[in-house]
Design a protein. Structure first.
Length: 207
């Protein structure tokens, strides 16, 4: 792996340590983080098509990620602040929260680095977890099934996706992280995100 990619590893380690998790897996967006986590939980924990519940008001790409990962969805009316739990609490959407020691043990905790969020890289996300086995799968899955070694020396064992955070984005993330890591950042308000009532969207009605 080229030395330029070391910055991605440093970024993952810095954010994970600060958030209170053992590991961080940087990806290209929070929606892709959720997609990968749901694919992992479905692959290793479930034998039938699972059902997951979402708040009516959230970003539509999150719902699409769940459907594309092979899940059926239902909506609920509960209001949320900062985070909400997916798949019986194991996968967490933390797009609107970014605080020291925010990580919840035994979860796949997904962050957003969208330009409207606390760490506005422009695009990007991260999965925080304590599960070493999951990290090994997630890192290959986000990188076209590849390990972090030169392509000429690799021999992929799984099919993956192109969801890797670039070194340029990671470097920007490190710079922005230094500016906010000592601040007590409030949760972003759900009401200010412009989320529509997704239960009314035609593409979700029979999913």
């Amino acid at each position: 792996m080229a030395k330029a990619y070391n910055v991605v590893k440093v970024f993952e380690e810095e954010v994970a340590r600060w958030a209170g998790a053992k590991y961080g897996v940087a990806v290209s967006s929070c929606c892709n983080a959720i997609f990968l986590c749901l694919k992992y939980t479905k692959r290793f924990y479930l034998t039938s098509i699972p059902l997951v519940y979402f708040p009516k008001y959230t970003y539509p790409g999150v719902i699409m990620s769940a459907i594309n990962a092979g899940y059926q969805i239902k909506f609920h009316n509960e209001k949320w602040k900062g985070i909400y739990h997916i798949y019986e609490g194991q996968v967490v959407d933390s797009a609107l929260r970014f605080k020291k020691n925010m990580y919840i043990p035994d979860t796949f905790y997904c962050l957003s680095f969208h330009y409207k969020k606390h760490l506005p890289i422009g695009r990007g996300g991260m999965i925080l977890t304590d599960d070493k086995e999951a990290v090994e799968w997630l890192k290959m899955a986000r990188f076209d099934g590849r390990r972090e070694i030169p392509l000429s020396k690799d021999n992929a064992t799984i099919l993956g996706w192109n969801m890797y955070l670039t070194p340029e984005q990671a470097a920007r993330g490190l710079t922005l992280f230094e500016a906010v890591k000592d601040k007590n950042l409030p949760d972003l308000k759900v009401e200010e995100q412009g989320y529509p009532d997704l239960s009314k969207w035609r593409c979700f009605r029979e999913k």
